[in-house]
Design a protein around this ligand. Structure first.
Ligand code: TXA
Ligand code: MG
Length: 357
């Protein structure tokens, strides 16, 4: 427990050197600092400090079998944390780093067991955010960081979300405004051939496949289809990204039938309202007007721009919590491009409760 959490406001485009140094010094002393990345805010600790890494698990309430991602300042650091690096990893790193892609590789001896949760493999990425990069550079070694939310809560896309979960429990948070993507990195296990998608994320699978030159294996759990026990990324086993309210997702075979989707969502929302619940609706710009009078309506954006929809998702879930809704009905989205990522997060937030419209 720390008395007060220091808030450092750092310009995301031109990070102030002196402020970055303050944050780096706290990390080097074994403290925890939440920092922005291009995906979501991370809760950082120097990866070689066992005490600090263990504290991440404690303050997050994270199960000890759920490993952390190592954040590097440059792909040149790869050989210090991993070995037997396959050619495809170099190709992806060269073209897509810095960026929202996490690679699973064989770990080297130097990586702490606590970071990988005892697994023989390690997760690594180079974040595309000037503040994150200069912070890691200033620290001079890998920074271990999960998303900066209490275990099971929606990931934080602004500093205010981090403070909601950790005020008084961590040494500092860097506030650089809203993150760009608003969803976490895409995780690919490149120790297997063909590579396996462990978590869809901010980088569309199709982009990765184009650079890798192969199709990724996409197991059902990566789509958020509750095969919980078989999930290979331990963190994907649990109910996740979850608002406090109960939630269902309404899905269609064919999303050209939007009026049908809206009818089903509206019916469910109205029946919950009739039973006395305060209802929230997560929808798209195209259908938002159908839900007038049913409760708290939040559009994630236009279906034609899934970047916006993904970017707004976690903040909308937190927002509905703040509005005090008891039940959330969410529209489904087509599972293409970032739609795969959005559906993974929605299904998990709903604890896999899906209704076919
Ligand atoms: O965008 C992101 O990836 C953000 C920012 C902060 O970088 N980080 C993030 O970390 O989302 P976290 O801890 O919330 O999610 C990391 C996921 C977990 O599901 C974890 O199980 C998985 O990565 N993971 C980590 N190391 C792994 C490993 N060695 N093998 C398989 N999965 C691993
Ligand atoms: Mg997380």
């Amino acid at each position: 427990m720390v008395a007060e959490t220091l808030i450092l406001r750092i310009n995301p485009l031109k990070p102030e050197r002196d402020l970055v140094r303050v944050a780096a010094a706290i990390l080097k002393e074994g403290g925890l600092v939440a920092f922005p990345t291009e995906t979501v805010y991370g809760l950082g600790a120097v990866a070689s400090r066992r005490d600090a890494v263990l504290r991440i698990f404690r303050v997050k309430g994270r199960p000890p079998d759920n490993p952390l991602i190592l954040h590097l300042a440059s792909p040149d650091w790869l050989p210090s944390v991993s070995r037997e690096i396959p050619e495809v990893a170099y190709r992806l790193a060269e073209r897509l780093w810095p960026g929202p892609l996490t690679l699973i590789l064989h770990r080297s001896e130097s990586v702490l067991d606590e970071v990988t949760a005892g697994l023989p493999k390690v997760a690594v990425r180079v974040p595309a955010h000037p503040v994150a990069l200069s912070l890691i550079e200033e620290v001079g070694e890998p920074v271990a960081a999960p998303s900066a939310n209490k275990s099971g809560r929606p990931s934080p896309t602004r500093a205010e979300h981090v403070l909601e979960d950790f005020k008084g429990e961590i040494e500092a948070v860097i506030d650089s405004g809203d993150t760009l993507h608003g969803v976490e990195s895409t995780i690919v296990d490149v120790t297997q051939s063909p590579p396996v998608l462990l978590r869809p994320g901010a980088l569309p699978v199709e982009d990765i496949e184009r650079v890798a030159g192969v199709k990724l294996v996409i197991p059902p759990f990566a789509r958020g289809l509750g095969e919980a026990d078989r999930a290979l990324a331990p963190g994907t086993r649990y109910r996740h990204y979850a608002p406090r309210a109960e939630m269902v997702v309404v899905e269609l075979e064919d999303y050209s039938e939007l009026s049908r989707l809206a009818r089903v969502v509206r019916e469910i929302a109205l029946s919950k309202k009739a039973s006395g619940l305060r209802v929230g609706v997560l929808c798209s710009d195209e259908t938002a007007s159908f839900y007038e009078g049913v409760g708290v309506v939040r559009s994630l954006g236009p279906r034609s721009n899934m970047f916006i929809v993904a970017r707004n998702l976690f903040a909308a879930l937190r927002d509905l919590d703040r509005e005090g809704v008891d039940f959330i009905v969410a529209e489904g989205f087509e599972e293409r491009g970032l739609g795969l990522t959005v559906m993974n997060r929605l299904r998990k937030a709903a604890g896999f409760k899906v209704i076919r419209g």
